[in-house]
Design a protein around this ligand. Sequence first.
Ligand code: GLC
Ligand code: MG
Length: 475
Amino acid sequence: MYTFQSLTSSLSLVPPIPQKPNLNLHFPITSNPSFALKFPVQVCVGIRIIMDRLKAPARLMIVSDLDHTMVDHHDTENLSLLRFNSLWESNYRHDSLLVFSTGRSPTLYKELRKEKPMLTPDITIMSVGTEITYGNSMVPDNGWVEVLNKKWDRNVVKEEASKFSELKLQAETEQRPHKVSFYVEKDKAQAVTKALSEVYEKRRLDVKIIYSGGMDLDILPQGAGKGQALAYLLKKFKTEGSPPVNTLVCGDSGNDAELFSIPEVYGVMVSNAQEELLHWHAENAKGNTRIIHATERCAAGIIQAIGHFKLGPNLPPRDIADFSDYKLENLNPGHEVVKFFLFYEKWRRAEVENSAVYLASLKADCCPSGTFVHPSGVEKSLPECINGLRGSYGDKQGKQFRVWVDGVLATQVGSDTWLVKFDKWELSGEERHATKTTAVISSKVSDVSDGFTWIRVHQTWYKGYEGKDDTTWHF
Ligand code: GLC
Ligand code: MG
């Protein structure tokens, strides 16, 4: 079974990513002189944006595939993804990096984001490692485009592939400048890949052919792929003197195999990994204790791996039934925000007791003169808004109702005060609403371990996700 097979002409300047799946687990990245030629290091606006935010090397960089890895298409409630989200925003967002690495084109990636409660990654790698963008506004890495342009002729790739009747062209959106994609039946994949490789070799084209998910066949420039894109990023961070302390790669299928070949990374193949990836692992990385095959599916497998490799906290706040019983270490503003909105979700789903004690303690966490600017523009008293929750206890019981926060970033604006910005999302039945939220919170009298006091919250509707009925949006 081919997980990926590469074909490199003798004239190539390309660093030797494994020529056959079973070669070179630790292919050289920094020590290979051709690598420097291949990946000219230039000031990259995107990397700078990210490093300005972090100010120190990332504590953890998670590089995760999306379909059937971060996103479980069999989990209609999206619970493992929501659990991961709560863990990331409360414990990692402020000092770590989230990287999504997907086979999807930008078009299909954006569709997935509309369907599933996904966080906003710091870096998005799309189209099987051929497109890299940074931040929320998805600033493209043009240096990577230049690297991939070398020894790549898309027209010849297409022309030769079109001669194979076993190959069915994928949708137009999935044909990208450095990726030509087909469907091919599982039992024909190996023979077609071999024949195609020979044709391209004859035409002196330097391509990589990757078979994934038991159906997809991608043809990319030899220097592309999820692994090479990650190597390129790591090299950039190293050049800036800021490589991540730990990196965890996460995947389930053939196009993820390369990720596990990058030196020094930890890796998790989720429990539901495809046969082609497991086969690659058995042939190439069996003795590597830095790679595990999780017993949990998708995002739950990622959470499991964080614990297994001791990369940091791995108890998602969403798993904590009662925060009052729970003394947390490392309290931070992100944790406070996650906790508040989890409580809010559980209150409306009737998953906490309808107790005056809860509301009283929540009120005690609000400054008596605190204000809340509702996205409608109406300003209210914060403690009164908490009182107002009483009437909506359990109004979403038995219904689909989920709340999550994304991109929680806190800036310390005083000795004990933080300005916290984040997006707050609400899924209610089929509808999704969101606000951009800014909150001012301060640590309680003694120190942060006593928790925070909410002083001011200000929300504005997220364009395209405005709520229709102002009365049902409480926070
Ligand atoms: C995604 C892409 C598809 C690609 C596949 C495997 O499904 O949409 O074009 O072939 O990933 O990489
Ligand atoms: Mg996948």
